[in-house]
Structures are given as C-alpha cells and as structure tokens.
Design a protein around this ligand. Structure first.
Ligand code: THU
Length: 130
C-alpha cells in the first residue's frame, strides 16, 4: 500500500489545477501489480477539466492494464478527498466492489479506506449489459 500512496503523492504534485488550486493525485494497481498514477487537469472552460482518478484509469488502459486491484487518492486540505460521483462510476467499470480505495492526507498519511461497494452501492456495471 505504501508504494501506491507514494505514487499518488507524486502524481498530486503534477496536478494542473490553476482554477481550483485543489491538487489531486491518484494511483491504482492493476491486475499485474503495475502502478499507474494520474492527476487532475483543469481547463479555462471549467467543465472540461477532469479528475485525477480518471487520469490514472487512462494511464492504466494506455499501458495495457485491464482492471483495478487497489487505489489511493490524495486531495488538498484536511477534509477526506473521496472520488467524485462520476469517478466512482468510472472506477466501477474496471473494479470489483471489494476493491479498496485508500484516501490519504497530503503527507501520505492514511485517513480512511473504503471499498468501491461502500462508495457506490447498488451500482450499475458492465454485467448489466451482458
Ligand atoms: N477532483 C479530483 O481530481 N478528484 C476527486 O476525487 C475530487 C475532485 C478535482 C476536480 C477539480 O480539478 C478539483 O479537484 C476541484 O474539484
């Protein structure tokens, strides 16, 4: 878990968030144990920005990964930075409900771990379309 948190911390420092100034880093471990990081990237046309979790998923897909085994998220400030609603659904596409998501402070201290099922109960996923 420490390697995952370190990757999220490093990714956070690459965030492009000149508008909100809210830097976020995310890192996920794929089915092969490989870690993929991502940061939030904002845009002058505000709604066009995207989240750190989404960037990490894009990095995983581009590297040939297929599923999320574990994830860490680090936001800014003292409040718990949980994945936003849209990201929960994006994570759901590639993760089982039992996958753990670690939410940490800026210094990498673990604040809380929740499963995807806890964050997104009764979710709709790929199986629904099978
Ligand atoms: N943000 C993330 O990247 N991940 C989260 O889990 C919550 C919010 C970003 C989006 C936006 O760039 C900034 O944080 C403020 O909402």
């Amino acid at each position: 878990m420490n390697d995952l948190i370190a990757a999220a911390k490093a990714a956070r420092l690459k965030a492009y968030a000149p508008y909100s100034k809210f830097l976020v880093g995310a890192a996920l471990r794929d089915e092969n144990g490989k870690i993929h990081g991502g940061c939030n990237i904002e845009n002058a046309a505000y709604p066009q920005g995207w989240c750190a979790e989404t960037s990490a998923i894009a990095a995983m897909i581009m590297a040939g990964g297929h599923s999320i085994a574990e994830m860490a998220v680090i936001g800014t400030g003292d409040l718990l930075c949980t994945p936003c609603g849209g990201c929960r659904q994006k994570i759901r596409e590639f993760a089982r409900g039992s996958v753990k998501i670690h939410m940490c402070g800026e210094d990498g201290t673990l604040k809380q771990t929740m499963t995807l099922d806890e964050l997104l109960p009764a979710s709709f996923g790929p199986e629904n379309l099978a």
